[in-house]
Design a protein around this ligand. Structure first.
Ligand code: SF4
Length: 353
């Protein structure tokens, strides 16, 4: 069977900073973008990329690039594109114009992952997002009109001032849109974010749990299956690229701070833009031994509803104990986390690894 192999390309620029964001990102700057794309082009050539089964352009905000920069980026990726593979780009509503959608389509992009976060205009303002519900509706229509039909949205729940009614409203609206995939994340308020400095607090664990359970049952009822802890899709629309990560398969990571896993080596590029632009990109790398590979197989694979092959788990005694406690479930030769306990996956992994 042909192995999957992904290509991840990182675009670190954003046109503004969201008040909850603690990812490393850079404010858009035309001159910096030009130098970055030139360096990215060199890295793409030097990585000797081959046999790709999916491409994913993430950020930051890849669509913060202007039309010319986007063309330049996609042209350099063209040579790795093979007809029929999954090709995703992350996009923000406020900068995905009809012309940019046409450029994406022209270069073979067939899946868009849209940073929606919520449909509530007041909550959007609170988290410093620059789009509105109406903008989201319009952009999704434009995507479909241009022939891209595989659309994910990211939704955040547990936002301050968001109650169960607002959460339900977000989900009700999502169901009116032509979506194939939904990723949901509970809001984390980390130090150094504007929300933290402004004194906002995360909701307590019980409330978050209630919201998560509600999302899971709501989406299931509406034909979106949870195939990973935070990811839901219609049948056949699971993210092929992200499945590569969870199946612990190989992928190239290209760009600032990007990670890759090729030929048994996991590597991470520098997060320093100065070093990256000066061709000093390698930050750390690890040659994996068999035990390490099993560790990653378990840590990543148990996130999936399908679970992992039993023979990947080294600590059988612990595994059996977790099965007795009903936290893990055995199904033929596979082990998976009991649906009810996916919420405490971190605890289960700690016990098992
Ligand atoms: S667009 Fe994404 S990466 Fe950029 S600041 Fe907002 S959350 Fe962070």
């Amino acid at each position: 069977m042909k192995k999957n192999r992904g290509l991840y390309i990182h675009i670190p620029f954003c046109t503004h900073l969201c008040s909850y964001c603690d990812f490393s990102k850079l404010l858009y700057d035309k001159d910096l973008v030009k130098r970055y794309l030139d360096e990215l082009n060199l890295e793409l050539q030097e990585r000797k990329i081959k046999d790709i089964t999916s491409i994913y352009i993430g950020g930051g905000t890849p669509t913060s690039l202007d039309e010319e920069e986007l063309e330049y980026l996609l042209k350099m990726i063209d040579e790795f594109f093979i007809e029929g593979i999954s090709y995703t780009i992350e996009a923000n509503v406020e900068n995905l114009t009809p012309n940019k959608i046409k450029i994406l389509k022209k270069h073979g992009i067939n899946r868009i992952s849209l940073g929606v976060q919520t449909f509530d205009d007041n909550l959007l303002k609170l988290i410093n997002r620059f789009h509105s519900y109406n903008d989201t509706k319009r952009v999704i229509n434009e995507i479909v009109e241009n022939g891209i039909n595989d659309i994910n949205i990211d939704l955040i729940y547990g936002l301050p001032l968001e109650d169960m009614n607002l959460l339900k409203k977000d989900l009700d609206i999502a169901m009116t849109l032509p979506l194939t995939h939904i990723s949901t994340y509970s809001l984390m308020i980390n130090k150094n974010t504007k929300m933290y400095i402004d004194g906002w607090k995360e909701k307590d664990e019980d409330e978050i749990r209630k919201m998560y359970d509600y999302i899971v049952s709501y989406l299931k009822e509406h034909g979106f299956n949870r195939y990973e802890v935070s990811n839901f899709s219609k049948d056949g629309y699971e993210s092929k690229h992200n499945l590569i990560y969870w199946h612990n398969e190989e992928y190239y990571g290209v760009g600032l701070g990007a990670s890759g896993y090729i030929d048994g080596i996991r590597y991470t590029n520098t997060k320093s833009i100065n070093k990256y632009l000066n061709h000093m990109r390698n930050y750390e790398s690890e040659i994996l031994k068999e035990d390490d590979i099993c560790f990653y197989d378990v840590m990543l694979g148990l996130r999936l509803k399908e679970g992992i092959l039993e023979n990947k788990i080294i600590n059988k005694e612990k595994m059996n104990e977790l099965i007795r406690r009903n936290l893990l479930v055995r199904c033929e030769n596979r082990i998976r986390v009991n649906d009810e306990y996916l919420f405490i996956l971190d605890y289960i992994l700690k016990e098992l690894l």
